[in-house]
Design a protein around this ligand. Structure first.
Ligand code: ADP
Ligand code: MG
Length: 289
């Protein structure tokens, strides 16, 4: 090469792996030799060789980022839209869920609230939406409400509640599962109100509750706080009412009603598929805040 800016001395090709590592270009590192052989064989111009590698680096960087964000999200494996049986939830339209999975509502810090009995599929559905959002480049955290409030309570004891809430701002969406299991007698739930107030109109929350709003007095310290929390949550929110029989119970009933030739009905089939995808048990982890 003889461009005026090219170095006069010989370039040390052997140092390439070290230089690519130092530049944090792992895809370049892995693929340059194979690309170079092809470029030589097919007489690619140098610019095409370089652009092909740069494209690959960017694409793989995005894949690595999504993988990192999926791990960080603590979303349980297998609870995706692909394994969700919409027929089992007649009141909730697929198009509505797909619109939520596209994520425009996240831009404005709106909320999503799923209310329904145990086994209705709230956790699965919220996690499926969370999963789709991570795939689309958003950052999501899935946590049981009690786990997060315990963390925030500890932060408050250390006079670090504001820092902990600020740290959670990096998540476009926090999925608070089983809010009804948080109890005011745990002396935890005023931090739950602080979290709701902190994220109001700025960052989204998705909440699963197996109790209607009228029973949320059991979650917050007093009625005024309950009203203030619900008011902020529902101001910009989609509310999914999921009052259907437990999916597990129906699947079990379907199985026992399956014909002797072994043809099981859809729900049982799909349940097995969903559970098959979720063979790795989630260990209970502390949420870093
Ligand atoms: P909830 O959170 O409402 O108590 P879950 O989401 O935990 O209910 O659902 C219970 C089980 O049934 C989970 O294994 C879940 O994956 C499965 N399930 C529930 N609803 C559906 C559905 N519509 N399609 C596929 N699997 C479902
Ligand atoms: Mg649940």
């Amino acid at each position: 090469m003889t461009t005026p800016s090219a170095p006069a001395r010989a370039v040390d090709v052997h140092a390439l792996p070290t230089m690519l590592s130092a530049l944090r270009l792992p895809s370049f590192h892995r693929h340059w030799q194979e690309f170079a052989e092809r470029a030589d064989k097919e007489s690619w111009p140098a610019a095409r060789f370089l652009a092909a590698l740069a494209e690959l680096e960017l694409a793989e960087r995005e894949t690595r980022r999504i993988r990192r964000h999926l791990i960080e999200s603590r979303l349980p494996g297998g609870k995706t839209l692909a394994t969700f049986d919409f027929k089992a939830l007649p009141g909730v339209h697929r198009a509505r869920i797909e619109a939520l999975a596209a994520g425009d509502w996240i831009e404005t810090g709106a909320n999503l609230i799923a209310i329904g009995n145990s086994g209705a599929g709230k956790t699965h559905l919220l996690c499926a939406i969370g999963h789709a959002l991570v795939e689309a480049g958003r950052r999501v955290l899935y946590t049981r409400t009690t786990d997060l409030v315990q963390k925030l309570q500890a932060a408050r004891r250390d006079l670090a509640l504001e820092a902990a809430l600020t740290k959670l701002d990096r998540f476009d969406l926090i999925i608070l599962d089983d809010i009804s299991y948080a109890r005011k007698d745990q002396a935890e739930t005023s931090v739950l109100f602080e979290l709701i107030a902190w994220r109001y109109e700025a960052r989204s929350l998705a909440i699963a509750a197996n109790q209607p709003f009228s029973a949320w007095d059991r979650v917050f310290p007093d009625h005024a706080v309950t009203v203030a929390a619900i008011d902020r949550l529902v101001h910009h929110a989609t509310i999914l009412e999921m009052n259907v029989d437990s999916y597990r119970r129906r699947a079990a009933a379907d199985r026992s009603a399956a014909k002797p030739d072994g043809t099981a009905t859809t729900i049982a089939d799909n349940l097995q598929a969903a559970e098959g995808d979720n063979v790795t048990p989630r260990k209970k982890e502390n949420v870093e805040v």
